[in-house]
Design a protein around this ligand. Sequence first.
Ligand SMILES: CC(C)(COP(=O)(O)OP(=O)(O)OC[C@H]1O[C@@H](n2cnc3c(N)ncnc32)[C@H](O)[C@@H]1OP(=O)(O)O)[C@@H](O)C(=O)NCCC(=O)NCCS
Length: 182
Amino acid sequence: MNLRQELPSDRESVRDIHLRAFGDHGSAVADLVDTLRGTITPTDGLSLVAEIDRQIVGHVMFTRSLLDAPRRLVEVQVLSPLAVRPEHHKRGIGSALVRHGLRILAERPVPLVFLEGDPGYYSRFGFTCGDDQGFRKPSLRIPDGAFQALRFPKYEPWMTGTLVYAEPFWRHDAVGLRDPGA
Ligand SMILES: CC(C)(COP(=O)(O)OP(=O)(O)OC[C@H]1O[C@@H](n2cnc3c(N)ncnc32)[C@H](O)[C@@H]1OP(=O)(O)O)[C@@H](O)C(=O)NCCC(=O)NCCS
């Protein structure tokens, strides 16, 4: 398996991964990816793919959001989305993508990475409950356990407060869970 930065020519393959991996939500996630991609620069954010025999089988994105800390706004990263082609699940591809991304981000001035996800999966990378670390989730629609954070060496104790998602997450209504019956 080869892990590398996404190239412009990977765009359709990456869309296809999210369409297959996220089922009914696939096209919404693929659209989110297309918007988030525009916010990534060589030094800010990451879009990584996993490749096997020249086929793109997994994708992860890290993009900038803000932490509304008492002292000032702090630039943080959000891991979203992560997906692996269903026929390649449970072979360590998702884990390899996340670990590779975290290694790259650890060498940048990034203090914190946040995500929404299953703690049963993300705890293996060191993510723990965001609320317990002094952070507030950006929406009440995110289940408590799902809001997770990972501190990097650049983290400082005054960096507490509310995670404010970047605008694309709101534009694509990709925050938390909706309750159509509410
Ligand atoms: C989540 C996902 C990216 C994991 O990719 P993967 O390549 O299969 O992951 P890995 O092989 O690194 O790890 C597999 C392990 O994670 C576990 N796992 C996968 N999804 C999980 C989840 N939602 N909750 C808890 N554990 C999960 C598997 O059971 C397996 O456990 P094991 O190591 O004890 O056998 C993949 O299942 C996927 O694309 N899912 C659909 C999209 C999605 O839900 N993305 C995450 C959104 S937060």
